[in-house]
Design a protein around this ligand. Structure first.
Ligand code: GTP
Ligand code: MG
Length: 192
């Protein structure tokens, strides 16, 4: 697809180029961030996907239709035998908090897993720092419409317990190709 390419991987947001604004995807390991980038861009494997959590380890920058997308390492995953009590790595936290070029953050949550403390902590952090963010519920091919409705109700309730503002919520399936148009519209909107 025209203009869609992997630019580079970074371990420090300060080393990143400054194109005209970017949109980042964050969420627990294995939630489907990289898969969603492949789905949205329509380029298979532009972002690396794995069924083993912890696949994405760096800040990955992609160009897409004159916009810029950023795939981030997931949180909440500890390698076997190790403990991981850290909410976000310094690398990811600094990127989210300090990157001026960041126009919008999508926080991904898996529809099969009740929203976790870690997700709510990230949402709260983004709210406190007045970041522009929305939620994307992933893997909706895995549950019924009814179960999705219940998940969304619980999610909104849990979010309302930690922040006072309303958060936009999208649904997606990279597998069954659901939700692309709304998410792309949201991306285009934040560049206007
Ligand atoms: N059924 C289904 N599976 C999905 C979907 N999206 C991703 N997956 C699967 O979920 C697993 C993790 O996907 P990734 O895209 O690598 O997840 P990630 O959030 O980038 O993970 P990390 O890089 O480890 O943080 C893979 O096995 C994907 O095939 C979806 O929409 N539906
Ligand atoms: Mg990934």
């Amino acid at each position: 697809m025209e203009n869609t390419k992997f630019i580079s991987s970074f371990f420090d947001y300060k080393k990143m180029p400054d194109p005209k604004g970017e949109v980042a995807f964050i969420g627990r390991s294995n939630v489907g961030k990289s898969s969603l980038i492949n789905f949205l861009t329509g380029v298979k494997n532009i972002a690396k996907v794995s069924s083993t959590p912890g696949k994405t380890q760096s800040i990955n920058l992609f160009s897409f239709k004159n916009k810029f997308l950023v795939d981030l390492p997931g949180y909440g995953y500890a390698a076997k035998g190790k403990q991981n009590n850290v909410l976000l790595s310094v690398m990811v936290r600094d990127y989210l908090m300090k990157r001026e070029n960041l126009k919008m953050i999508f926080v991904l949550v898996d529809c099969r897993i009740p929203v976790q403390k870690l997700d709510l902590a990230v949402i709260q952090l983004l709210d406190v720092y007045e970041k522009n963010f929305s939620i994307i519920i992933t893997k909706v091919d895995k549950i019924s419409k009814n179960a999705l409705f219940n998940f969304m109700t619980d999610l909104q309730k849990n979010i309302a317990e930690v922040i006072s503002k309303e958060v936009r919520c999208y649904t997606s399936s990279s597998e069954k190709k659901i939700g692309k148009e709304d998410i792309l519209n949201a991306i285009m909107e934040c560049y206007e």
